[in-house]
Design a protein around this ligand. Structure first.
Ligand SMILES: Nc1nc2c(ncn2[C@@H]2O[C@H](COP(=O)(O)OP(=O)(O)O)[C@@H](O)[C@H]2O)c(=O)[nH]1
Ligand SMILES: [Mg+2]
Length: 553
């Protein structure tokens, strides 16, 4: 599996010329080829070294593109080829590129002093010394693309450094950040990028995130040649039938379904020396997204992104404003909406389970690490701490104790995890409320009030302010509610009904006035009672009169 070498260095220092001298390919010429639909592998050139090592060289045309390409992860760029003009020495972009390489943890590479044909030996020696000081530990090789001097030595140095670089793993879920997307006649939409992990082959079902769209891979190319499967670390072009060109954006990721998701927040460990502006460009994968920085203590920050990114724990990011202002490592690719220093400390130490208290979605936690679930309770796709469950039980107990004894239930939790957690609570669901198992309504402290009320009840409605008490007593057959917060005795209601039914059966109907006279009550009381009989389905109103409903009995 080839490793990828990324060129770095100030503009006009001879990067492209050197890559052409090494590989025979002019990476600057590719855009025109691309327009003709021939090459889909912009800026990449294969390089076979004398010892058989396969390298893939990426030469980055513009500065912005440099940043983007470099951020493309450990398996995006495995080693650097830092180019310094022997006559000019290190310039601003030399330093910035080096800083970015360091932020990203790309530590291995080779320094090429270029244009050695243009300088005298003394200048070359000076440049050599300067380069060794600038990049300690990296081999420094003087070269001339014009004369070919030093090219063999440079190849040997690259082979030496490459032999010490770890190959990216082919296992794990697929992750490919889209670098470019275009349409080819007869093929459809094609996306290119570096495969960070996993492998991709014809027929694979993947997801395009953060859009969340299912896609199927029709065919795969590596360095312009069709392959059965592409492996992690390779430059890949995938044909995606059915996907429109405009549905793909740089920064999107093709991933194994469910393995990664988009997020508007990243919790990161800040690397670099300190202060960050409040607003930065976050470079991650192939994305460049604006974000607000919420610091959490001296070492951490939450990045609040203008567009979602698809990240994973451990990913490197570069932060830029006018220039590179810092970098970071992702601690949580989809953190809660709050920059929590204590939580980030736990995440940095790998104590994932300790960050979980209230329920979090299992798939989100899964993304933080394989051992994330140790010591947690899991139910219905949610994970939570046993301590949280105890707290919830305690809280519900308190609310149950405070509930109205007449209806000793409480509304169940309404959070998204409620259905998963409810069976663990040991409570009984009745209708819309939760009760202690077997709990029954009781008068409790209102027994006296109930007795006093019952003493007043008769045919004339009595005011009852306590609605719950009125409902309870009515359910027990001890009163009948009429109007708004009024009640009559159950016996009076029965008597009134008997009178009403008898009258209707003999006369066929009844008026309000007749009913009032029959009972010997006021108009208002007669009205309230008739309305209740209507509501109970005893009578039906027709104009000024009432008739019996057929089923009344
Ligand atoms: N004399 C000489 N000129 C070189 C050499 N390498 C590059 N150049 C010239 O330096 C200029 C910039 O080179 P280029 O590769 O485009 O630089 P880049 O911006 O770093 O990619 C071009 O005019 C090249 O012809 C070299 O080894 N010797
Ligand atoms: Mg160039």
């Amino acid at each position: 599996m080839p490793l990828t070498v990324g060129t770095a260095g100030h503009i006009d220092h001879g990067k492209t010329t050197l890559v052409e001298a090494l590989t025979g390919r002019n990476t600057d010429r590719l855009p025109q080829e691309r327009e003709r639909g021939i090459s889909i592998d912009l800026g990449y050139a294969p390089l076979e070294l004398p010892d058989g090592t396969q390298l893939s060289v990426v030469d980055v045309p513009g500065h912005e593109r440099f940043v983007r390409t470099m951020v493309a992860g450990a398996s995006g760029i495995d080693l650097f080829l830092l180019v310094i003009d022997a006559g000019e020495g290190a310039r601003p972009q030399t330093h910035e590129h080096l800083a970015i390489l360091r932020l990203l943890g790309i530590e291995r590479g080779v320094v090429a002093l270029t244009k050695s044909d243009l300088v005298d030996d003394e200048t070359l020696e000076l440049a050599h010394a300067e380069a060794e000081e600038l990049v300690p530990g990296a081999p420094v090789v003087a070269t001339s693309a014009r004369t070919g001097a030093g090219l063999e030595e440079l190849r040997a140095a690259l082979a030496r450094v490459a032999s010490g670089v770890e190959q990216p793993g082919a296992d794990g879920p697929v992750r490919l950040y889209v670098d470019r997307a275009f349409s080819l006649r007869g093929i459809g939409t094609v996306a290119t990028g570096t495969l960070w992990s996993g492998s991709v082959g014809e027929g694979d079902e993947l997801r395009l995130e953060p859009r969340g769209r299912a896609v199927r891979v029709r065919s795969v190319q590596v360095h312009d040649r069709p392959v059965e499967r592409a492996e992690a670390g390779q430059r890949v072009a995938v044909a995606l039938p059915g996907v429109e060109r405009h549905e793909l954006r740089r920064g999107d990721a093709l991933v194994t379904p469910g393995a990664f998701a988009g997020s508007y927040r990243l919790d990161v460990l800040v690397e670099g020396d300190g202060e960050l502006p409040r607003c930065v460009h976050v470079h991650h994968g192939t994305a460049d997204v604006v974000a607000r920085v919420a610091r959490a203590g001296e070492r951490y920050a939450q990045l609040r992104l203008a567009q979602p990114v698809v990240a994973a724990r451990g990913d490197r990011i570069v932060l830029r404003a006018q220039t590179t202002v810092g970098g970071g490592r992702v601690l949580d690719p989809a953190p809660p909406r709050h920059a929590d220093e204590a939580r980030m400390e736990l995440l940095e130490r790998g104590e994932i389970a300790a960050t979980v208290h209230e329920p979090v979605r299992e798939d989100e936690l899964q993304r933080l690490g394989a051992e994330a679930f140790a010591g947690l309770e899991r139910r219905g796709g949610w994970a939570f701490s046993p301590a949280w469950l105890d707290e919830l039980r305690g809280e519900l107990e308190r609310r149950l104790a405070a509930a109205d004894p007449l209806d000793p239930g409480i509304p169940p939790p309404a959070e998204p995890w409620a259905a998963a957690v409810e069976p663990l609570l040991g409570l009984e669901r009745r209708g819309a409320k939760l009760y202690r198992p077997g709990a029954a309504a009781e008068l409790g402290a209102r027994a006296e009030a109930a007795a006093a009320l019952e003493g007043q009840l008769g045919l004339e409605p009595v005011r009852v302010e306590d609605r719950a008490l009125a409902r309870f007593l009515e359910e027990q057959g001890r009163l009948v509610r009429v109007g708004d917060r009024l009640a009559v005795s159950a016996a009076a209601y029965e008597r009134a009904r008997a009178a009403l039914v008898a009258e209707c059966e003999s006369a066929g109907r009844i008026t309000l006035a007749r009913f009032r006279d029959l009972l010997g009550v006021g108009r208002k009381t007669a009205q309230l009672l008739l309305e209740r009989f209507d509501a109970d389905g005893v009578t039906r109103r027709t104009g000024d009169e009432r008739v019996l409903r057929r089923r009344s009995g």
